[in-house]
Design a protein around this ligand. Structure first.
Ligand SMILES: Nc1ncnc2c1ncn2[C@@H]1O[C@H](COP(=O)(O)OP(=O)(O)OP(=O)(O)O)[C@@H](O)[C@H]1O
Length: 286
């Protein structure tokens, strides 16, 4: 599915007019995200069901994703530190979409995945604390000096009888929540994508391969490919991963060329680095 059809960043002329006509003071050291794209001669971007931004570190992939996400007011699960000039820059960008954008469309970044991992850990720590309190409660009731006096003591009596019938571990199991399953960073990142990606949405993903092993990256590629082909999703992805770059049918903008151009995944320099490395080691893989 294609929800977002096209996007224009500010042209060199627009940036020029902003600096000459509108900027009240030049006493800034940084005008980000101004001045990132004019030298790259970024064309009007047009999107397929899967579109990828490729480029070296600092080529502008994340900036482009964040500019698009902010212009479209997409949901995001982690805070984004906008610079002072972001709003003025967004006013010069234009987005084209004939279909309405699905309301729960979102940008997903490594920060959000990291927060997700921390949340799971915090949840488990909370459950551990709760379990310790339950253990204490068990011992207090089982070996405490309890005397039933009137109806107000009924709940305490019930607890005391329960602790005498049950082992400590059974009592704790029945009085605490299940621990969320511990996962490695890569397992958590994959679980994050499987849980969060829903049908019929636009998603912007910033380096989704972070912390995923090669086989998990292939799992992610299957999830993204199937979601685009069968479940009405559109993806715009910034990546260095050869597995993600090779997603069948993906349109790839190479941000390292001037002007920025569309390339096949096997013509990208970083993919060739992998290909050359394995070709030079071919004798080990016979
Ligand atoms: N918050 C910011 N303030 C000022 N400059 C920034 C900011 N974020 C990025 N830049 C600059 O904008 C340019 C593009 O950076 P960006 O993070 O978009 O690149 P990238 O292609 O995503 O890199 P990477 O692959 O390392 O994530 C770089 O020159 C970078 O230094």
């Amino acid at each position: 599915m294609v929800y977002l059809e096209g996007f224009n960043v500010a042209t060199e002329d627009q940036e020029w007019h902003f600096f000459t006509d509108q900027l009240k003071s030049r006493a800034y050291s940084d005008f980000y995200p101004f001045q990132v794209f004019p030298k790259k001669q970024l064309p009007r971007l047009t999107f397929d069901p899967i579109t990828i931004f490729y480029g070296d570190n600092g080529s502008g992939k994340s900036t482009l994703l964040n500019v698009i996400a902010e212009k479209l007011q997409l949901q995001r699960g982690a805070l984004y530190n906008r610079s002072s000039f972001f709003e003025a820059y967004l006013a010069l960008c234009t987005a084209t979409h004939h279909l309405p954008l699905p309301p729960d469309s979102a940008i997903m970044t490594s920060d959000e995945i990291f927060n997700y991992m921390l949340d799971l850990r915090a949840l488990n720590q909370g459950i551990d604390l709760q379990r310790e309190a339950v253990f204490k409660d068990y011992l207090d009731h089982k070996f405490g000096d309890f005397h039933y006096r009137n109806l107000a003591d009924y709940d305490e009596l019930k607890k005391t009888l329960e602790t005498r019938r049950k082992t400590q571990s059974r009592y704790a199991r029945e009085h605490t929540h299940e621990q969320v399953r511990e996962r490695s960073n890569g397992e958590s990142a994959m679980a994050f994508f499987s849980e969060r990606i829903q049908d019929d949405r636009l998603y912007l993903l910033d380096e989704p391969e972070n912390s995923l092993s090669p086989s998990r990256q292939l799992e992610l590629v299957r999830l993204l490919g199937d979601s685009a082909r069968f479940f009405g999703c559109q993806f715009i992805i910034a990546t260095h991963s050869p597995f993600v770059l090779a997603l069948p049918g993906a349109k790839i903008y190479d941000l390292d060329t001037t002007p920025v151009s569309v390339k096949a995944w096997y013509d990208l320099p970083e993919v060739k680095v992998y290909a050359d490395f394995f070709a030079a080691q071919r004798q080990h893989f016979a």
